[in-house]
Design a protein around this ligand. Structure first.
Ligand code: SAH
Ligand code: SF4
Length: 382
Protein backbone atom coordinates (compact mmCIF):
# COMPACT_ATOMS: atom_id res chain seq x y z
CA UNK A 1 0.00 0.00 0.00
CA UNK A 2 1.34 3.40 -0.89
CA UNK A 3 1.83 5.77 2.00
CA UNK A 4 0.56 9.31 1.83
CA UNK A 5 3.26 11.83 2.61
CA UNK A 6 1.91 14.53 4.87
CA UNK A 7 3.84 17.26 3.05
CA UNK A 8 6.32 17.32 0.17
CA UNK A 9 8.89 15.44 2.23
CA UNK A 10 12.52 16.40 2.53
CA UNK A 11 12.78 18.38 -0.63
CA UNK A 12 16.36 19.50 -0.72
CA UNK A 13 17.44 22.54 -2.66
CA UNK A 14 20.44 22.19 -4.99
CA UNK A 15 23.66 23.12 -3.22
CA UNK A 16 25.95 25.75 -4.75
CA UNK A 17 29.00 23.74 -5.72
CA UNK A 18 31.58 24.06 -8.45
CA UNK A 19 29.86 22.92 -11.59
CA UNK A 20 31.91 19.88 -12.47
CA UNK A 21 34.60 22.45 -13.20
CA UNK A 22 37.70 23.30 -11.26
CA UNK A 23 36.42 26.71 -10.34
CA UNK A 24 33.50 28.58 -8.91
CA UNK A 25 32.64 30.80 -11.85
CA UNK A 26 28.96 31.60 -11.73
CA UNK A 27 26.60 30.17 -14.33
CA UNK A 28 24.46 32.69 -16.16
CA UNK A 29 21.83 30.14 -17.19
CA UNK A 30 18.53 30.04 -15.32
CA UNK A 31 18.59 33.60 -13.99
CA UNK A 32 15.54 35.75 -14.59
CA UNK A 33 16.19 38.91 -16.63
CA UNK A 34 16.32 40.99 -13.45
CA UNK A 35 18.70 38.58 -11.75
CA UNK A 36 20.96 38.59 -14.79
CA UNK A 37 21.02 42.38 -14.79
CA UNK A 38 21.90 42.40 -11.11
CA UNK A 39 24.67 39.80 -11.41
CA UNK A 40 26.23 41.74 -14.27
CA UNK A 41 25.88 45.03 -12.39
CA UNK A 42 27.77 43.49 -9.46
CA UNK A 43 30.54 42.70 -11.94
CA UNK A 44 30.54 46.35 -13.05
CA UNK A 45 28.76 45.74 -16.37
CA UNK A 46 26.05 47.98 -17.80
CA UNK A 47 22.39 46.96 -17.97
CA UNK A 48 22.33 46.69 -21.77
CA UNK A 49 24.87 43.83 -21.53
CA UNK A 50 22.12 41.74 -19.92
CA UNK A 51 20.00 42.15 -23.05
CA UNK A 52 22.89 41.16 -25.29
CA UNK A 53 23.82 38.16 -23.19
CA UNK A 54 20.21 37.00 -22.97
CA UNK A 55 20.04 36.83 -26.76
CA UNK A 56 23.36 35.01 -27.05
CA UNK A 57 22.38 32.49 -24.39
CA UNK A 58 18.74 31.81 -25.27
CA UNK A 59 18.32 32.89 -28.90
CA UNK A 60 21.68 31.78 -30.33
CA UNK A 61 22.43 29.01 -27.85
CA UNK A 62 26.04 30.13 -27.58
CA UNK A 63 28.09 28.78 -24.66
CA UNK A 64 31.40 30.47 -25.57
CA UNK A 65 31.81 34.16 -24.75
CA UNK A 66 34.39 34.59 -27.52
CA UNK A 67 31.61 34.11 -30.12
CA UNK A 68 29.66 37.13 -28.86
CA UNK A 69 30.70 39.43 -31.66
CA UNK A 70 28.79 42.53 -30.59
CA UNK A 71 30.63 42.63 -27.25
CA UNK A 72 34.14 44.14 -27.06
CA UNK A 73 36.96 41.62 -26.78
CA UNK A 74 38.06 42.92 -23.39
CA UNK A 75 34.54 42.59 -21.96
CA UNK A 76 34.23 39.08 -23.39
CA UNK A 77 37.44 38.14 -21.61
CA UNK A 78 36.16 39.63 -18.36
CA UNK A 79 32.91 37.67 -18.73
CA UNK A 80 34.78 34.42 -19.36
CA UNK A 81 36.89 34.97 -16.25
CA UNK A 82 33.88 35.39 -14.01
CA UNK A 83 31.04 33.44 -15.60
CA UNK A 84 30.08 30.34 -17.56
CA UNK A 85 27.13 29.39 -19.75
CA UNK A 86 26.67 25.73 -19.03
CA UNK A 87 24.38 22.75 -19.47
CA UNK A 88 23.60 19.74 -17.33
CA UNK A 89 26.06 16.93 -18.08
CA UNK A 90 24.80 14.25 -20.46
CA UNK A 91 25.34 10.76 -19.05
CA UNK A 92 23.60 9.00 -21.94
CA UNK A 93 21.51 9.87 -24.96
CA UNK A 94 19.30 7.02 -26.15
CA UNK A 95 17.38 6.89 -29.42
CA UNK A 96 14.30 4.72 -29.81
CA UNK A 97 13.37 2.96 -33.05
CA UNK A 98 10.35 5.30 -33.18
CA UNK A 99 12.50 8.47 -33.10
CA UNK A 100 12.02 9.25 -29.40
CA UNK A 101 15.21 10.50 -27.73
CA UNK A 102 15.96 10.29 -24.05
CA UNK A 103 18.73 11.98 -22.13
CA UNK A 104 19.93 10.97 -18.71
CA UNK A 105 21.37 14.16 -17.27
CA UNK A 106 23.69 14.63 -14.32
CA UNK A 107 23.67 17.84 -12.32
CA UNK A 108 26.50 19.50 -10.44
CA UNK A 109 25.83 17.59 -7.20
CA UNK A 110 25.71 14.20 -8.96
CA UNK A 111 21.90 13.91 -8.93
CA UNK A 112 20.28 12.77 -12.13
CA UNK A 113 17.01 13.22 -14.01
CA UNK A 114 15.69 12.31 -17.42
CA UNK A 115 14.38 14.34 -20.34
CA UNK A 116 12.60 12.93 -23.39
CA UNK A 117 11.75 14.30 -26.83
CA UNK A 118 8.76 12.77 -28.56
CA UNK A 119 8.75 13.70 -32.25
CA UNK A 120 5.44 13.65 -34.10
CA UNK A 121 4.59 14.67 -37.64
CA UNK A 122 3.84 18.29 -36.85
CA UNK A 123 5.64 18.78 -33.55
CA UNK A 124 8.28 17.67 -31.07
CA UNK A 125 7.26 17.60 -27.43
CA UNK A 126 10.08 17.76 -24.93
CA UNK A 127 9.07 16.10 -21.70
CA UNK A 128 10.87 17.94 -18.92
CA UNK A 129 11.45 16.85 -15.31
CA UNK A 130 10.86 19.18 -12.37
CA UNK A 131 12.37 17.12 -9.54
CA UNK A 132 14.84 14.30 -8.97
CA UNK A 133 12.37 11.51 -8.16
CA UNK A 134 9.00 12.49 -6.66
CA UNK A 135 7.73 12.79 -3.10
CA UNK A 136 4.33 11.53 -4.16
CA UNK A 137 3.74 7.82 -4.35
CA UNK A 138 1.26 7.16 -7.13
CA UNK A 139 1.06 3.39 -7.09
CA UNK A 140 1.26 2.90 -10.88
CA UNK A 141 4.20 5.26 -11.50
CA UNK A 142 7.79 4.12 -11.34
CA UNK A 143 9.12 7.59 -10.58
CA UNK A 144 7.01 7.46 -7.40
CA UNK A 145 9.07 4.52 -6.10
CA UNK A 146 12.29 6.53 -6.08
CA UNK A 147 13.44 7.71 -2.69
CA UNK A 148 15.82 10.55 -3.45
CA UNK A 149 14.15 13.86 -4.11
CA UNK A 150 15.26 17.37 -4.56
CA UNK A 151 13.80 20.20 -6.53
CA UNK A 152 15.48 21.08 -9.79
CA UNK A 153 16.69 24.67 -10.08
CA UNK A 154 15.51 26.97 -12.89
CA UNK A 155 18.88 26.40 -14.63
CA UNK A 156 18.41 22.63 -14.44
CA UNK A 157 14.86 22.86 -15.83
CA UNK A 158 15.69 25.24 -18.71
CA UNK A 159 18.95 23.32 -19.21
CA UNK A 160 16.99 20.17 -20.10
CA UNK A 161 15.33 21.93 -23.03
CA UNK A 162 18.67 23.49 -24.06
CA UNK A 163 20.32 20.06 -24.12
CA UNK A 164 17.54 18.86 -26.44
CA UNK A 165 18.06 21.92 -28.68
CA UNK A 166 21.82 21.20 -28.76
CA UNK A 167 21.15 17.60 -29.73
CA UNK A 168 18.93 18.63 -32.66
CA UNK A 169 21.16 21.59 -33.54
CA UNK A 170 18.13 23.85 -33.22
CA UNK A 171 19.94 27.15 -32.67
CA UNK A 172 19.32 30.01 -33.24
CA UNK A 173 15.63 30.01 -32.35
CA UNK A 174 13.63 29.35 -35.54
CA UNK A 175 11.66 32.46 -36.50
CA UNK A 176 8.53 30.56 -37.55
CA UNK A 177 6.87 28.09 -35.21
CA UNK A 178 6.30 25.69 -38.11
CA UNK A 179 10.09 25.34 -38.52
CA UNK A 180 10.65 24.10 -35.00
CA UNK A 181 11.53 20.46 -34.45
CA UNK A 182 11.26 21.02 -30.69
CA UNK A 183 8.01 22.95 -30.66
CA UNK A 184 6.40 22.05 -27.34
CA UNK A 185 7.28 21.52 -23.70
CA UNK A 186 5.32 19.18 -21.48
CA UNK A 187 6.13 19.29 -17.77
CA UNK A 188 5.44 15.56 -17.55
CA UNK A 189 8.82 14.12 -16.66
CA UNK A 190 9.90 13.16 -13.18
CA UNK A 191 8.42 15.00 -10.24
CA UNK A 192 5.42 17.09 -9.30
CA UNK A 193 5.91 20.55 -10.84
CA UNK A 194 3.56 22.25 -8.39
CA UNK A 195 5.74 21.12 -5.46
CA UNK A 196 8.56 23.09 -7.12
CA UNK A 197 6.41 26.01 -8.14
CA UNK A 198 8.82 28.97 -7.96
CA UNK A 199 11.60 27.29 -9.91
CA UNK A 200 9.18 25.98 -12.54
CA UNK A 201 7.71 29.47 -12.96
CA UNK A 202 11.15 31.09 -13.33
CA UNK A 203 12.22 28.43 -15.83
CA UNK A 204 9.07 28.63 -17.94
CA UNK A 205 9.18 32.43 -18.01
CA UNK A 206 12.71 32.18 -19.41
CA UNK A 207 11.50 29.70 -22.02
CA UNK A 208 8.58 31.95 -23.02
CA UNK A 209 10.65 35.16 -23.31
CA UNK A 210 10.40 36.30 -26.92
CA UNK A 211 14.03 37.48 -27.09
CA UNK A 212 15.21 33.94 -26.41
CA UNK A 213 13.72 30.46 -26.75
CA UNK A 214 10.40 32.18 -27.40
CA UNK A 215 7.97 29.30 -26.92
CA UNK A 216 4.36 30.43 -26.75
CA UNK A 217 2.41 29.55 -23.60
CA UNK A 218 0.03 27.66 -25.87
CA UNK A 219 2.86 25.24 -26.59
CA UNK A 220 3.59 24.52 -22.95
CA UNK A 221 1.61 22.05 -20.84
CA UNK A 222 2.04 21.60 -17.12
CA UNK A 223 0.81 18.33 -15.66
CA UNK A 224 -0.12 18.00 -12.01
CA UNK A 225 -1.26 15.11 -9.88
CA UNK A 226 -3.71 17.56 -8.26
CA UNK A 227 -2.05 20.06 -5.93
CA UNK A 228 -5.30 22.00 -5.67
CA UNK A 229 -4.14 25.22 -3.92
CA UNK A 230 -1.49 25.81 -6.58
CA UNK A 231 -3.67 25.34 -9.67
CA UNK A 232 -5.05 28.89 -9.65
CA UNK A 233 -1.51 30.20 -9.16
CA UNK A 234 -0.37 28.48 -12.36
CA UNK A 235 -3.09 30.39 -14.16
CA UNK A 236 -1.98 33.69 -12.65
CA UNK A 237 1.77 33.24 -13.08
CA UNK A 238 2.00 31.39 -16.40
CA UNK A 239 -1.39 30.70 -17.97
CA UNK A 240 0.02 27.68 -19.79
CA UNK A 241 -2.06 24.63 -20.74
CA UNK A 242 -3.04 22.51 -17.79
CA UNK A 243 -3.11 18.72 -17.61
CA UNK A 244 -4.43 16.87 -14.58
CA UNK A 245 -3.64 13.27 -13.65
CA UNK A 246 -7.15 12.07 -12.82
CA UNK A 247 -6.92 8.29 -13.40
CA UNK A 248 -10.09 7.42 -11.45
CA UNK A 249 -13.68 8.59 -11.07
CA UNK A 250 -14.25 7.73 -7.39
CA UNK A 251 -12.29 8.93 -4.37
CA UNK A 252 -12.05 5.35 -3.17
CA UNK A 253 -10.08 4.25 -6.25
CA UNK A 254 -8.18 7.51 -6.72
CA UNK A 255 -6.99 7.36 -3.09
CA UNK A 256 -5.12 4.15 -3.95
CA UNK A 257 -3.76 5.32 -7.33
CA UNK A 258 -2.93 8.97 -6.64
CA UNK A 259 -2.64 9.21 -2.83
CA UNK A 260 -2.60 13.02 -2.86
CA UNK A 261 -6.34 12.56 -3.47
CA UNK A 262 -6.73 11.94 0.28
CA UNK A 263 -5.71 15.53 0.82
CA UNK A 264 -7.52 17.09 -2.15
CA UNK A 265 -10.33 14.80 -3.34
CA UNK A 266 -11.90 14.74 -6.79
CA UNK A 267 -14.64 17.31 -6.13
CA UNK A 268 -12.11 19.92 -4.92
CA UNK A 269 -9.79 19.13 -7.82
CA UNK A 270 -12.54 19.57 -10.41
CA UNK A 271 -13.64 22.83 -8.81
CA UNK A 272 -10.09 24.22 -9.12
CA UNK A 273 -10.04 23.06 -12.75
CA UNK A 274 -13.36 24.74 -13.54
CA UNK A 275 -11.90 28.00 -12.19
CA UNK A 276 -8.67 27.75 -14.21
CA UNK A 277 -8.51 30.82 -16.49
CA UNK A 278 -7.95 28.85 -19.68
CA UNK A 279 -11.04 26.78 -18.97
CA UNK A 280 -13.28 29.79 -19.38
CA UNK A 281 -12.28 30.44 -22.99
CA UNK A 282 -11.34 28.14 -25.80
CA UNK A 283 -8.56 26.21 -24.05
CA UNK A 284 -9.48 22.85 -22.70
CA UNK A 285 -7.92 21.14 -19.70
CA UNK A 286 -6.50 17.71 -20.40
CA UNK A 287 -7.39 14.94 -17.98
CA UNK A 288 -4.90 12.08 -18.05
CA UNK A 289 -6.29 8.63 -17.44
CA UNK A 290 -4.00 5.58 -17.31
CA UNK A 291 -5.87 2.45 -18.35
CA UNK A 292 -5.43 -0.18 -15.62
CA UNK A 293 -6.97 -3.61 -16.11
CA UNK A 294 -9.90 -4.24 -13.76
CA UNK A 295 -9.19 -1.11 -11.71
CA UNK A 296 -10.58 1.93 -13.53
CA UNK A 297 -11.59 0.68 -17.01
CA UNK A 298 -15.25 -0.43 -16.83
CA UNK A 299 -18.12 0.96 -18.93
CA UNK A 300 -19.55 2.47 -15.74
CA UNK A 301 -16.22 4.24 -15.08
CA UNK A 302 -16.31 5.70 -18.59
CA UNK A 303 -19.87 6.97 -18.13
CA UNK A 304 -18.98 8.48 -14.75
CA UNK A 305 -15.98 10.18 -16.34
CA UNK A 306 -18.28 11.84 -18.85
CA UNK A 307 -20.63 12.95 -16.07
CA UNK A 308 -17.79 14.44 -14.02
CA UNK A 309 -16.08 16.27 -16.87
CA UNK A 310 -19.03 17.53 -18.89
CA UNK A 311 -19.35 20.75 -16.84
CA UNK A 312 -15.66 21.51 -17.46
CA UNK A 313 -14.05 22.50 -20.75
CA UNK A 314 -12.16 19.21 -20.89
CA UNK A 315 -10.54 16.59 -23.04
CA UNK A 316 -9.29 13.20 -21.96
CA UNK A 317 -5.96 11.55 -22.73
CA UNK A 318 -6.24 7.79 -22.37
CA UNK A 319 -2.78 6.39 -21.60
CA UNK A 320 -2.32 2.64 -21.90
CA UNK A 321 -0.52 1.70 -18.67
CA UNK A 322 3.22 1.40 -19.24
CA UNK A 323 4.49 -1.51 -17.20
CA UNK A 324 7.70 -1.52 -15.18
CA UNK A 325 9.41 -4.35 -13.31
CA UNK A 326 7.38 -5.19 -10.22
CA UNK A 327 4.44 -2.93 -11.10
CA UNK A 328 1.26 -4.02 -9.30
CA UNK A 329 -0.98 -3.40 -12.34
CA UNK A 330 -1.57 -4.59 -15.87
CA UNK A 331 -2.63 -2.59 -18.89
CA UNK A 332 -6.26 -2.91 -19.98
CA UNK A 333 -6.79 -4.91 -23.18
CA UNK A 334 -6.97 -3.06 -26.51
CA UNK A 335 -10.65 -3.92 -26.83
CA UNK A 336 -11.39 -2.53 -23.39
CA UNK A 337 -9.47 0.69 -24.07
CA UNK A 338 -11.32 1.22 -27.34
CA UNK A 339 -14.72 0.54 -25.83
CA UNK A 340 -13.90 2.95 -22.99
CA UNK A 341 -12.78 5.60 -25.50
CA UNK A 342 -15.96 5.08 -27.51
CA UNK A 343 -18.20 5.74 -24.49
CA UNK A 344 -16.25 8.89 -23.59
CA UNK A 345 -16.34 10.11 -27.20
CA UNK A 346 -20.05 9.39 -27.47
CA UNK A 347 -20.48 11.40 -24.29
CA UNK A 348 -19.13 14.42 -26.17
CA UNK A 349 -15.53 14.51 -24.91
CA UNK A 350 -12.48 14.08 -27.11
CA UNK A 351 -10.61 11.02 -25.81
CA UNK A 352 -7.63 10.02 -27.95
CA UNK A 353 -5.70 6.91 -26.92
CA UNK A 354 -2.05 7.86 -26.56
CA UNK A 355 0.30 5.60 -28.46
CA UNK A 356 3.11 4.68 -26.10
CA UNK A 357 6.37 6.11 -27.40
CA UNK A 358 9.93 5.09 -26.72
CA UNK A 359 9.02 1.97 -24.77
CA UNK A 360 12.22 0.26 -26.02
CA UNK A 361 14.35 2.89 -24.24
CA UNK A 362 12.08 3.12 -21.16
CA UNK A 363 11.01 6.64 -22.10
CA UNK A 364 7.23 6.22 -21.83
CA UNK A 365 5.04 7.91 -19.20
CA UNK A 366 5.84 6.75 -15.70
CA UNK A 367 8.95 4.81 -16.66
CA UNK A 368 11.56 7.52 -16.24
CA UNK A 369 14.76 6.87 -14.37
CA UNK A 370 14.01 3.16 -14.15
CA UNK A 371 16.43 2.18 -16.91
CA UNK A 372 19.31 4.17 -15.48
CA UNK A 373 18.78 2.76 -12.01
CA UNK A 374 18.49 -0.74 -13.32
CA UNK A 375 21.59 -0.25 -15.48
CA UNK A 376 23.59 0.82 -12.48
CA UNK A 377 22.37 -2.07 -10.37
CA UNK A 378 23.36 -4.43 -13.17
CA UNK A 379 26.80 -2.86 -13.32
CA UNK A 380 27.15 -3.11 -9.56
CA UNK A 381 26.35 -6.82 -9.77
CA UNK A 382 29.18 -7.50 -12.24
N1 SAH B 1 3.87 14.42 -11.70
C1 SAH B 1 3.05 14.95 -12.71
C2 SAH B 1 3.71 14.81 -14.07
C3 SAH B 1 3.76 13.53 -14.59
S1 SAH B 1 3.88 12.17 -15.43
C4 SAH B 1 1.71 14.26 -12.70
O1 SAH B 1 1.58 13.26 -12.02
O2 SAH B 1 0.80 14.74 -13.37
C5 SAH B 1 2.80 12.24 -16.86
C6 SAH B 1 1.59 11.33 -16.77
O3 SAH B 1 1.95 9.94 -16.82
C7 SAH B 1 0.79 11.50 -15.49
O4 SAH B 1 -0.57 11.59 -15.81
C8 SAH B 1 1.09 10.22 -14.76
O5 SAH B 1 0.08 9.92 -13.83
C9 SAH B 1 1.15 9.23 -15.89
N2 SAH B 1 1.82 7.96 -15.54
C10 SAH B 1 2.67 7.71 -14.53
N3 SAH B 1 3.06 6.42 -14.56
C11 SAH B 1 2.45 5.84 -15.61
C12 SAH B 1 2.49 4.52 -16.17
N4 SAH B 1 3.25 3.57 -15.66
N5 SAH B 1 1.75 4.30 -17.28
C13 SAH B 1 1.00 5.28 -17.85
N6 SAH B 1 0.94 6.55 -17.36
C14 SAH B 1 1.65 6.81 -16.25
FE1 SF4 C 1 4.96 11.80 -8.97
FE2 SF4 C 1 3.43 12.25 -11.14
FE3 SF4 C 1 4.58 9.83 -10.74
FE4 SF4 C 1 2.57 10.63 -9.17
S1 SF4 C 1 2.46 10.23 -11.39
S2 SF4 C 1 4.49 9.66 -8.47
S3 SF4 C 1 2.98 12.82 -9.00
S4 SF4 C 1 5.64 11.76 -11.12
Amino acid sequence: MALLPTEPLQILEPQPVAHGRNDLRRSLVGLSRDELKQVLAEAGLEAFRARQLWQWIYWHGVTDFSLMTNIAKKTREQLAEQFVIDRPGIVTEQRSVDGTRKWLLRFADGNEAETVNIPEEDRGSVCVSSQVGCTLTCSFCHTGTQPLVRNLSPAEIVGQFMVARDSYGEWPTPTADAQRMLSNIVMMGMGEPLYNFDNVVTALKIVMDDQGIALSRRRITLSTSGVVPMIGKVGEALDVNLAVSLHAVSDEVRDTLVPINKKWPIAELLKACADYPGARNSRRITFEYAMLKGINDSDADARELVRLLTPIHAKVNLIPFNPWPGAPYECSSNNRIHRFAEIVNDGGLSAPVRTPRGRDIFAACGQLKSASQRGRREKAAL
